[in-house]
Ligand binder design. Structure first.
Ligand SMILES: Nc1nc2c(ncn2[C@@H]2O[C@H](COP(=O)(O)OP(=O)(O)O)[C@@H](O)[C@H]2O)c(=O)[nH]1
Ligand SMILES: [Mg+2]
Length: 328
């Protein structure tokens, strides 16, 4: 074959032939396109795949308006935050999840699992985040169940590729989100919406920042794009940006860690209670047990905003790192 296609192309082609829905056809065709080397010998074939994709997209769109058959992937939340890793094709979503967790979403091999959400747990200090790898979203195609997944997630990490056209990728993804009534918290929300918007904590992850030169490009991108959303550079090829990225996730997630202790004992600093920022002592008591909530009289706190062992009441607003001794 003149095009010199690798074996997994034919696996994708087999899936294409076997696919029963336009969505599955599109997925297989997009895989085939990604796998196919770009050169003169493949020009014709690529054009033919692209036009097939367009045809099935039109079909999928039509079906969506007539039927509401949806596969739901309800991924149970684990750890301190559930983070949906989303964005345009090839921005490195699977690589990010693979580099930070034990999950093994395929990056070059294109098995079926690439097209299902794949969760993995990432360690950050003494807590974990659940990162969910997802299929690509583009302006003309998104898996129907993705809306649910994104609306449920605690944080959306929007990936773009510094080596591609990050600004356009970001805008395209935002367009898709807005069409699903999903709005990053720090970005403008139209006032005249007829239905309730889903306002989400979100982080823009500028990916593939592998080298110092890429870091400069990232700085330029920040300056030129003047985005109001929190941004973090990342690279799955190097180690240095991993922890700073997870720290940004922690900050954007707006959570705090508090520790409880018994009188005269040391707190267990390995198992924090995760609370939303600005939670009160009363919220913590309720989280521990409803008996605590009813019987709580006061607490003693060790932390940055109080003196050691300071007595506080139920309305005390907890701070990150507080050690709490509850008294009933
Ligand atoms: N240079 C560089 N390439 C990356 C990085 N992350 C992913 N890639 C490459 O980008 C391509 C797409 O990666 P993948 O994780 O499958 O992207 P996805 O489609 O968003 O899941 C692959 O060839 C990866 O090797 C990165 O941090 N730096
Ligand atoms: Mg992927």
């Amino acid at each position: 074959m003149p095009a010199n296609l690798p074996p997994h192309y034919f696996e994708a082609e087999k899936r294409y032939r076997e696919a029963k829905t336009p969505e599955d056809k599109i997925r297989a065709l997009e895989e085939m396109l990604t796998i196919m080397p770009k050169h003169k010998g493949t020009d014709k074939l690529r054009a033919s795949l692209t036009s097939k994709i367009a045809k099935f997209k039109a079909q999928a769109q039509q079906r969506k308006s007539t039927s509401k058959r949806e596969t739901a992937y309800n991924i149970e939340k684990e750890g301190a935050l559930q983070v949906a890793i989303i964005g345009a094709p090839n921005t490195g979503k699977s690589s990010l999840v693979a580099s930070l967790t034990k999950a093994t979403p395929e990056i070059a091999d294109f098995p079926h699992t690439t097209w299902k959400p794949t969760p993995g747990m990432a360690n950050f200090e003494n807590i974990q985040f659940q990162l969910i790898d997802t299929p690509p979203i583009t302006k003309d195609f998104i898996d129907p169940w993705m809306a649910d997944l994104m609306r449920r997630a605690d944080v959306l990490a929007i990936l773009v590729d510094i080596k591609d056209d990050p600004f356009k990728q970001f805008e395209d993804t935002i367009t898709v989100l807005n069409n699903l009534r999903i709005y990053p918290k720090e970005m403008p929300i139209p006032k005249d919406l007829s239905k309730k918007p889903f306002i989400k904590k979100a982080l823009l992850v500028v990916n593939k920042v592998d080298t110092e030169k890429d870091e400069e490009d990232f700085e330029v991108f920040l300056e030129l794009s003047e985005l109001s959303i929190t941004c973090a550079p990342f690279s799955s090829k190097t180690h240095k940006l991993k922890k700073p990225f997870l720290k940004k996730v922690y900050e954007v997630g707006e959570i705090i860690r508090v520790y409880t202790k018994a009188p005269g004992k040391e707190p267990d600093l390995n198992s924090p209670f995760i609370m939303p920022k600005d939670s009160t002592l009363e919220d913590l008591a309720g989280k521990i047990h409803k008996d605590f909530l009813e019987k709580l009289k006061y607490a003693k706190i060790w932390g940055t905003s109080v003196f050691d062992g300071q007595m506080v009441q139920k309305d005390y607003v907890l701070r990150d790192g507080d050690v709490v001794e509850l008294h009933i």
